[in-house]
Design a protein around this ligand. Sequence first.
Ligand SMILES: [Zn+2]
Length: 983
Amino acid sequence: MSRMNQPAARLAALLLVATALMPASTIWAQSTQPNDTAYTRLIKEYLQDPRISTELVDHLPASATVPTPLKFNGRIVGAPGELTYAHQIHAYMRTIADASPRAKVWSIGKSMEGRDMIVMAIADEQTIQNLDTYKGMLHELTDPRVTSGARAQEIIEKLGKPIYWVTSGMHSPETGGPEMLQELAYRLVVEETPFIQDIRKNLIVFITPVIEVDGREKEVDTYYFNKGRPEGESRLPLVYWGKYVAHDDNRDGMGQFLNLTKNVTKTWLEWTPTIMHDLHEAQSYLYASTGTGPYNESFDPITIDEWWVMAENEVIEMTKRGVPGVWTYGFYDGWTPNYMFTIAHAHNGIGRFYEVASYGPDNRTMRVGATTTSREWFRPNPPLPTIEWGPRNNTNIQESALLFSLKYTADRKSWFLENYWLKNKRQVQMGKDGPVNAWVIPADQRRKADAVDAVNELLRQGLEVNRANGDFTAGGIQVHKGDFIARADQPFRILADIYFGLQQFSLANPRPYDDTGWTFQLMRNIDLKEIKDTTVLRQAMTPVTYPAKAPGGITGNGAVIVVDNTTDNNLMAFRMRNAKMRMLAAEKDFEMAGHQFRAGAFIIPQGNRSAIQAGLADLGLSAWAGSMPDVPTHDLDVPRIGYIHSWQRTQDEGWVRAAMDSYGVPYTYFGDNMVAKQGDLRKKYDVILLPQMGGSAQSQVNGMAMTGKLPLPYKKTDQFPNLGANDQSDDIRGGMGFDGLVALAKFVQDGGTLIVEGSTSNIFPSYGLTPGVSVDDAPNLIAPGSIHRGVFVDKASPLAYGYDGDELPVYYKGDVVLTAGGGLGRAFRGFGGGGNSPWQNTTPMATKPRLSPWEPDSAQAAGRGGRGGGQAEEMAQFRQMARRFGVSFDEGSPRVVLKFPDNPQQILLSGTLDGADAITGKAQLVDAPVGNGHVVMFAIRPYWRWQTQGTFFLGFNAILNWNDLDVGKAHPAATEPEGGRGR
Ligand SMILES: [Zn+2]
């Protein structure tokens, strides 16, 4: 939907709201039920502004059987200065369910750190007793291939009930949703007003109060830890949320690495809820999601209309009651399908969210700017410039709006069920009508293990996948027996449509909220074909049961076993599981046992064949046996790996850690403040990973400021048992500093390999430590997370081992623009030239004026901003110190392995890109030799959000070949042919 159409859409939505039966607001409160007077009195006492209230939440009914939150927790929801742990919230939910036949609680799985995730179902007693019957009816509505129109009509009009699934606690510092949901659960179970009775009768409410349970426990510990700190001392940030990522836990909807996403998907597929509603806190005072558009083009238009009527209902009901600041439209776009609630959209449900002004939990005066208080068509009753705010305001506003939404859905249950049925029907029909009738993933493709991994991911997310029973051709595509086929005539076709399409995000749109391109098969570098021919639907095929397995094992006889390097990520697991086994890497293409191998193939001179056979079969990898091939090789020495994380921002490295952990790569993990304190890094490590931290070179080196007098520990204690996750430190302040940077430079010069990506690729060039590599300023570049073309420049480099062809789709989001010498020792043009200070090249991109339709992201700009002055002096100081420790700044000869195309028109593959000139021909992957070692620098993000499996192996190659990266390097003075190095 374009922006021009929004007012029209709103009008249509309002008409829909107006035509529905709308009793006067006052009748909602009618009940003879006594209130819990203590609780009700405290609601009034804690509320900071009487306007932030409705008749739905200004009281709490009493119950003789079900304990209130006050009775259970010792305080009401919205009590200032207190937060509740997830395990306590769960205990309360279970207590309600034990006390009432109107509720039921069960576990939906464990978090990454092993904590329980739950769902609570609330409805009337009869419904709770027959939950499986209602589940079955929703499944019937899901599948029009087996359900008749007459049966669907019966379910829609008489028998069925929608499931409205409320979730919260995804973003751990957004603390109010989990608190409020305790009171909502109590109210829904206990209250006897017609309003609440209608909800119980017509709807099944699911509540998951805390999605990120690991992060919640850390957040509550962190809050109380800081509460105990003296005034003026530094405050502990929420260092880790979940085990791996922070805010990106809500960007896992497609990649689905995290247990929380997997558990929600599993629960979704089991229950096929109608609506998922996720509660967040990032706007004033309550934003109900619709978004500015452009909306994701795969979403059913019905869904988008449902967003509008539901949001407008909340806006009008709250506005009618004089509650200011409830609005829709002007936040977030609706384009990227990587939020958790996309699980709803990808299965024909409705995904929506609130952004509420923060719970706190401390009372405060809240002031908001003119862009928030302006009266707009989408915000007719805007927030006030100043208001007294507190946790009870937060509770009141979101509990009220949510209750209006539940009532709205309950009153229109048949309408929502009909829409759901229609969406499923339309998806099946679209698959028949085409143009795309099926997608095929060839089973015998080069990266067959990763192709099967992709199939398994699709299966796990609910897409039906079949295997061809025999060879056939359809739409000009040759399909072989055993190839994977996702038919388009299935209800969850929409998931395939969302994932497999190419994205074209116009620059005429508002600034994108997140990634603009995500095409599944490009990110995973697998072969996937569309079939536009209905005859494919009549071919014989057999459903695949999860998990599918790629064939693997050894062909032929001989003492030497060669595993083809296909860049299947399981190869990394194979090497690490057999770390003690001697393996060599072939340095050139060769033939053995009738099979053509690529450079990088793993040669096992001798080993236990049956053990290797079993390992390869398990991982879906293929090997051939023969006699020692005549090809130059080097040992694949398994390195000792050090892994540096920032204490300021752990999220980005979390995605790299996810890949390392998943493929069994061991490492020693330590904070930036420990880099210098480790002593001689080279004595301990062969490879050091320093993943993206965000910010400028300077801010990444400086780390967390040395604020206050007291140290700032991140440690597990009896009082705060949830702190100290992943890593601990007596004082997390101080960063790596100059001495840490010198230690890293020494590590490389002494023969270590340092691997950096995104923002950390900025550090060495900016400090003049990788001569020949410079960081370019790119004020006009707009590259907000898209898929671009990578062109291999130097396939003789071990970093390129196993990759097929001359190109590779890569994910890039403008973190850094690298220029390198081109691999032939071209004169170094970075640090030290007259007037060409490296700092000129490190000014954060986002703080420069942009000739673009989009404003810079203010949060990003703040994060990237370095200090204004003193940079030249600081550099001089650093060089002086580094020289004292023997760090050399000699000329280098960086080797570009992968780069952007030389033609700007050929760069973008999926998403959007503007100012392409800034990256045309620039380096994506550089191997910068420094002394006896290497800095492997990625401008791209090879481990992005568990979606870029196709580029994982670039990093794995760096680890596997860490001490042989010079192989295949063309020396400018050399006359011998490239790769002539023997062993
Ligand atoms: Zn949030």
